[in-house]
Design a protein. Sequence first.
Length: 257
Amino acid sequence: MAKIAVKKGRKEYIKELDREVRVVKQAQFYIQDISKDFHCTDGIINKSDLAGKKTAKTSKGKDYCIFDSSFIDDYRRMKRLAQIIPLKDIGSIITGTGIGPDSIVIDSGTGSGAVSIFIARYAKEVISYDIVEEHTELAKENAKILGINNVKYKKGDIKKKIKEKDADVFILDIPDPWLAVDTVEKALKQGGFLAVYCPTIPQTADFVNAVKDNDKFIHIKTIEIIERKWEIDGRKVRPKGQEIGHSAFLTFVRKIK
């Protein structure tokens, strides 16, 4: 099991400057191999401290808290081949479709397995399709490392016929989702949800217009989730940088008959 080493930051009031100054900068490290001493800018953390202690002092006398990594720590470190759907959007997919312990979910395309792996922690079973063998193999490896065993990875074209029926949720992350509407119609149960992830608005418009022409579906909503990080340090409270939090557009559809 990997470990997390954290050094808490600290500020002190400097009388000569008449203000607080940060004297210790916060730091955090993900330590995958605890069979070796860990080297960082603050010195060395001994492997014996990594294995059995809750706190450790580096060779330079810096104090660190040591604890086991959690799923989210390991998830963020998994191998990737391409851009993955951000957690803010995965969270919206889970809440927007009501994925739970009884849910059967179909996912396409697999990519590195990020969506299927995360959703598998909430769903009963996930079946994930991708047309690239390299993607399915990496996803299998990532799932194994993260202890996920309720995902079936399959190489196949989601725009063609698949054997799954009566799925509760279908997730599409492919360049041309409008070409998979017929597949989704046959695989989803009545009342089931479809969530579509599209990076651009032309893709989104093409899909929504296609699904509106199908009397088996209703378009629920199309949303964009903007995430903005904030810096909070004493009374200094402000947005961090000028980053744009756009990742993609999410469209939610429901099969009604």
